[in-house]
Design a protein around this ligand. Structure first.
Ligand code: NAD
Length: 283
């Protein structure tokens, strides 16, 4: 069994991104990401700080807009409109969740698809499903990057995704299909889950329930990717996979923490560079 380390693949990818950012700078272009946070959610604050730190690491300029909890949808849309038309800003993201009184869909749809580095805009989701994506959803793109760096062949393989969320499960299925895997997406209404997961050469779990994937659900030699982030009874971070008992049966597996987690932010940096290139007509 081999561990696929998100930390190592992040370092490798950051090095590549740093070079791309530098070559843009050599052309007089400074890649810039604008991050909006509304309210005082502590988890969101941590995510935003981490995004800022990642920008510093790869040399991307970051702008933060911290808005008070009582910000209205209109005020938020006004700010996004300003950032959309600011040529010095290449990527825009609004940290979710936004406070309940804000129209989340209106916010997602107001970000210019060209600057939508989270890839949540319906135009980008549509392009993804048509195989024409330029910006890609960060977490599933991070999983694909991990499989590639770890030398896992995807084409012709049987892939099973557990979870069908709009930000991970669904696009994960599409991206694996795009790479010529035969894909099954399972969810909370799936009957006899283990009969399906047992067929997987590549198994991706994105549910949010600790120990959902047990050893008897995994084929001998499978590659297991654990997207889940949960806290166990002792308050320690853990994934959706019963790591201790599943790992011995896998050819490769991602740990939690230190697996998929670091890759999401990595692909956000990558999308920001891609957006900057598109906006400056650079191949
Ligand atoms: P979500 O909470 O939006 O959806 C969960 C999905 O799991 C649903 O599609 C549901 O149908 C399915 N599900 C629920 N119970 C099930 C069961 N018993 N059997 C099969 N399917 C079941 O999911 P999400 O936003 O994809 O998040 C899932 C997990 O991944 C969470 O723990 C989240 O914190 C984590 N996550 C991690 C990253 C990262 O960067 N590593 C990014 C996003 C989400």
């Amino acid at each position: 069994m081999e561990l696929i380390s998100g930390k190592e693949i992040q370092e490798l990818t950051f090095r590549e991104i740093r070079e791309e950012v530098q070559s843009l700078k050599d052309k007089g272009i400074e890649a810039c990401l604008a991050v909006i946070i509304v309210g005082n959610d502590p988890a969101s604050r941590v995510y935003v700080n981490n995004k800022k730190k990642a920008c510093e690491t790869v040399g991307i300029k970051s702008l933060e807009y911290a808005l008070p909890e009582e910000t209205t949808t209109e005020e938020l849309l006004d700010l996004i409109e300003k950032l959309n038309s600011d040529e010095a800003v290449n990527g825009i993201l609004c940290q979710l969740p936004v406070p309940k009184h804000i129209n989340k869909l209106a916010v997602i749809e107001s970000i210019s698809p060209e600057k939508d580095v989270d890839c949540f805009h319906p135009v980008n989701v549509g392009k993804l499903s048509l195989g024409r994506a330029q910006l890609v959803p960060c977490t599933p793109a991070g999983v694909i990057r991990m499989l590639d760096v770890a030398g896992v062949e995807i084409e012709g393989k049987r892939a099973v995704v557990i979870g069908r969320s709009d930000i991970v499960g669904k696009p994960m299925g599409i991206m694996l299909m795009e790479r010529n895997a035969t894909v099954t997406v399972c969810h909370s209404k799936t009957k006899d889950l283990s009969s399906i997961t047992k067929q997987a050469d590549i198994l991706v779990a994105t549910v949010g329930k600790q120990k959902l994937v047990t050893a008897d659900m995994v084929k001998e030699g499978a590659v297991v990717i654990d997207v889940g982030i949960n806290r166990n009874g002792e308050g320690k971070l853990c994934g959706d996979v019963d790591f201790e008992n599943v790992a011995p049966h896998c050819s490769k597996i991602t740990p939690v923490p230190g697996g998929v987690g670091p890759m999401t932010i990595t692909m956000l940096m990558k999308n920001t560079v891609t957006a900057t290139k598109i906006q400056n007509n650079i191949k």
